[in-house]
Design a protein around this ligand. Structure first.
Ligand SMILES: Cc1cc2nc3c(=O)[nH]c(=O)nc-3n(C[C@H](O)[C@H](O)[C@H](O)COP(=O)(O)OP(=O)(O)OC[C@H]3O[C@@H](n4cnc5c(N)ncnc54)[C@H](O)[C@@H]3O)c2cc1C
Length: 820
């Protein structure tokens, strides 16, 4: 490796151009260099760290809300530990540990559940009592502490120094870093990046990485790419020196008071996560804002500072050295934006870190570099993948309204089924008012208002959150029973519907889907799209409508990803076009043993099993209207999905509701869809299956048409895996005690040893206890013998609950009901 490169001149071309010299950009550069990519240029508008990085508090706390964020943070900590020795640049790392406090029984339950999962992810942590908190933090008031968790490996760094160390490591690996070199345009041709323009000239490149922090939205706009993030004000205070405060004091995280407290050069730093935050520069971040500060609003932060004083009373007698307010970018769901843009090849994004950019910066750089070099992330990062977002989310008003809530969410209660309160009502089905009148309590997914459960007459359709049975438990039980015993109506118009059309549509889909798409018109396929490693990128249904027309249906939140996946895989020379018809069709899903009787009573044609078999579709008439009826189920019962053009939807809905009365038709919400599908062991993408899980592991190999003439993407990887014993498989569990509830991430114990985590769980009302799905790993293979003979327990908080385990669905294992 050469020492420092000559950074001053602008190269004419580069393999990769990184935009932004904050912690993210420098980490991407460092990791690209580590992978041997040295023809890389990093362009910084002003000076390194001058955006948000310079003023961060530098907390390195590993246990985050999701496994992905936790893994990114854990790697970051490990990287920063060795960075000074490697680069010679100090990082200011202090491994002082951290403590999280729970002030209510509910928060204690949440943290205990998180702490159990953290142990499975290899994070060192232990539960401690208030006396131990007092010993570790003598100046703290601890009488209100219900539970506390100590993470001895956590710590803090100096963000500027860490970034400099990463930059130094990158330079050593050959990366050129140009400061005072703003990017002004991104050139594109034929759907991919071709060059990056700066105030100093043009660099030809096929790969640009948008690491521009809160300016990432503007950089995205230069390329016609949506980067939905918004800057908001973020505060910390530094006191005058305090006796007894020293660098080894653990970081004290006090979510109940929305504050964290740590030592800073003999003083006390208090950081705030406000419940109601303030967006900053909604339309456009000033292009020349460097090492900038926002004048603080004392009145705003006063209540939080008072709460911090309650925690560390000595602050009441201590002066304030600094009240700092700086902007940071936040996203609509409090998760990062990473990966390749869905609509522009070669434009990668790493931004929107929600005040966690330093503690995840190392992991972000590693994942992005791997993604760029190998074409995929090194692990499942769906929860931070930019392809989970939707173009409409770039609407500044939406973002401004949502970040008011998303800034503080990390420090609030993470209730199961918690719904966003802000920026609601973005997308509504034409049936919305009818559903509201029927008692719907709406939740949000991909901007859609969707009924999660229906209130009884006189009951308020609103959540009362808890870790136990919530106020809608019995509503869910009744809806669940209605579908198992009579018939239920699910309004699922939010589902994404994509027409794949053209002479080559069959051939194109046949290579992408695991199923054999060479089927007659009217055949419905349940299938997956796999990546080259055999991992599941999508789980969906395909209906053949005509020789040259297929309807692909997938969950709303996967719409951008599935569309981009299809676009990426379909050869541009193919005669095959994609048309998103999601918003043109409503979908009403009629499920339950009496669905045939109901539909026969109002719709045209013969609905018998012989005339309308499982996994087929045909056009039907209901009253004056026409619909596409697709016989399929996601709940394990006889049923049909009705795809209805929007103008027909009210008529069809009214007819169904009226005709459904004698059959016991009941409105059912998404929570019921979930309890039914978990009881039936149906998998959900992004929960039970994802890019790191193969159909072999997930028990979905039955969808693979192994002998299709041209195979399918991922087949070769699966064939290789098939020759070895399956060491990891998805198993269904049913708790032996009907009391505890499962959500996700509860550890699975096999004969007393940790064997995996629950991926999704809910109360299974027919089986009579909480059921869950989760992967079990075992060196000698996971087969029927192990699953039936093993002693399984699920760790719920501090309790191990005995569980029945099965590789086959515990409800209707032969699927006789759906095919009846
Ligand atoms: C008060 C406060 C406390 C915080 N505390 C913590 C903490 O304790 N732990 C933690 O993990 N995180 C913390 N954060 C968050 C953290 O600082 C950020 O997540 C992180 O710094 C973001 O890094 P970045 O590289 O994405 O963005 P930035 O640091 O903003 O870097 C983006 C860079 O892009 C450059 N740029 C913009 N436009 C252009 C252009 N046209 N051409 C070239 N370059 C351009 C900018 O100049 C900037 O340098 C805190 C944030 C704040 C505000």
């Amino acid at each position: 490796m050469t020492a420092q490169s000559d950074d001053s001149s602008l190269p004419q071309s580069a393999r990769v151009v990184i935009i932004g010299g904050g912690v993210a950009g420098c980490s991407v550069a460092y990791h690209l260099a580590s992978l041997g990519w040295s023809d890389v240029v990093l362009l910084e508008r002003a000076q390194l760290t001058s955006g948000t990085t310079w003023h961060a508090a530098g907390l390195l706390t590993t246990l985050r809300d999701t496994e992905t964020q936790t893994r990114l943070a854990a790697y970051t900590q490990q990287l920063y530990r060795g960075l000074e020795a490697e680069t010679g640049q100090a990082t200011g790392l202090i491994e002082c540990g951290s403590i999280q406090l729970a002030l209510t029984p509910a928060k204690a339950e949440e943290m205990r559940r998180g702490f159990r999962a953290a142990q499975s992810w290899g994070i060192e942590c232990e539960e401690i009592d208030a006396a131990e908190v007092q010993r570790l933090w003598p100046l703290a008031y601890v009488d209100d502490v219900q539970a506390a968790f100590h993470f001895p490996k956590d710590g803090r760094v100096n963000p500027t120094d860490v970034t400099r160390a990463l930059a130094r490591g990158a330079r050593r690996g050959g990366v050129r870093i140009l400061e005072r070199c703003p990017v002004t345009a991104i050139e594109r041709a034929a759907g991919r990046v071709t060059a990056v323009h700066t105030e100093r000239g043009r660099i030809a490149t096929h790969i640009a990485v948008n690491c521009a922090g809160m300016w990432a939205r503007e950089i995205g706009r230069l390329a016609g790419v949506d980067v939905p993030l918004q800057a908001a004000e973020h505060y910390y205070l530094i006191s005058e020196p305090v006796a007894g405060v020293h660098p080894q004091l653990p970081i004290l995280r006090d979510p109940g008071r929305r504050t964290y407290i740590r030592e800073e050069a003999g003083k006390i730093m208090v950081g705030l996560f406000e419940d109601v935050a303030k967006p900053w520069n909604v339309e456009r971040v000033p292009p020349d804002f460097a090492f900038g500060e926002i004048p603080p609003d004392w009145e705003r932060v006063q209540p939080y500072l008072e709460r911090a004083i309650e925690r560390v009373p000595v602050l009441a007698q201590t002066g304030v050295k600094l009240l700092f307010c700086g902007p940071e970018s936040f996203t609509a769901d409090h998760n990062y934006l990473m990966g390749e843009a869905p609509n522009l090849k070669g434009l990668y994004i790493a931004a929107g870190f929600n005040s966690l950019g330093i503690l995840s910066g190392g992991g972000v750089g590693r994942v992005m570099a791997h993604w760029i070099v190998h074409g995929h992330a090194p692990m499942d990062v769906w929860s931070v993948n930019v392809r989970r977002t939707h173009p409409w989310q770039s609407n500044p008003r939406y973002l401004a309204d949502r970040v008011v809530e998303s800034l503080g969410i990390g420090y609030q209660d993470h209730w199961p089924f918690r719904q966003w309160a802000t920026a609601r009502g973005v997308k509504k089905s034409i049936l919305h008012d009818r559903l509201a009148a029927a008692g719907a309590c709406f939740g949000e997914s991909a901007g859609w208002e969707r009924p999660n459960w229906y209130a009884r007459p006189g009951q308020k359709p609103a959540y009362e959150y808890s870790w136990g049975r919530q106020n809608w438990f019995h509503n869910n039980a009744e809806e669940h029973r209605a579908v198992r015993e009579a018939v239920g109506l699910f309004e699922q118009s939010s589902f994404a519907k994509i027409l794949v059309q053209g002479r080559d549509a069959e051939q194109a889909l046949n290579r992408i889907a695991t199923a054999d798409c060479r089927v007659p018109n009217g055949k419905v396929l349940y299938t997956q799209f796999l990546n080259e490693r055999g991992g599941i990128e999508a789980d969906l249904s395909i209906t053949r409508l005509a020789a040259d027309r297929f309807l692909v249906v997938t969950a709303a939140f996967t719409a951008t990803h599935v569309t981009a996946w299809l676009t990426d895989q379909i050869d541009p020379s193919c005669h095959c076009v994609l048309t998103d018809v999601s918003d043109a069709w409503c979908m009403l899903n009629i499920q339950g043993p009496r669905s045939r009787e109901l539909l026969s009573s109002i719709a045209s044609g013969d609905w018998s099993n012989e005339a309308f078999p499982f996994a087929t579709a045909r056009e039907v008439r209901i009253g004056y209207q026409t619909a596409l009826a697709v016989r399929l189920t996601y709940v394990g019962e006889l049923g049909w999905e009705l795809y209805v053009p929007v103008p027909f939807a009210l008529g069809v809905y009214d007819a169904l509701v009226e005709a459904g009365k004698p059959f016991g038709l009941r409105h059912c919400g998404y929570h019921t869809l979930n309890s039914l599908r978990i009881e039936k062991a149906y998998r959900e993408w992004a929960h039970d299956i994802g890019p790191d899980d193969t159909p072999l592991q997930a028990g979905l190999a039955f969808t693979c048409a192994w002998n299709k003439p041209d195979g399918f993407i991922g087949r070769e990887a699966l064939l290789k895996a098939r020759s070895e014993p399956p060491r990891r498989r998805l198993v269904q569990f049913l708790l032996e005690d009907p009391g505890p509830l499962l959500y996700h991430n509860e550890p699975i114990l096999l004969n007393g040893a940790r064997a995996g985590l629950i991926t999704s769980g809910m109360f299974a009302h027919t089986l009579g206890a909480a059921a869950g799905l989760g992967y079990v790993s075992h060196e000698e293979g996971v087969g029927d013998d192990l699953v039936s003979a093993g002693r399984f327990e699920i760790l719920v908080g501090s309790r191990g609950i005995g569980a029945r385990a099965s590789l086959r669905p515990l409800y209707d294992p032969t699927a006789a009901r759906a095919r009846s």
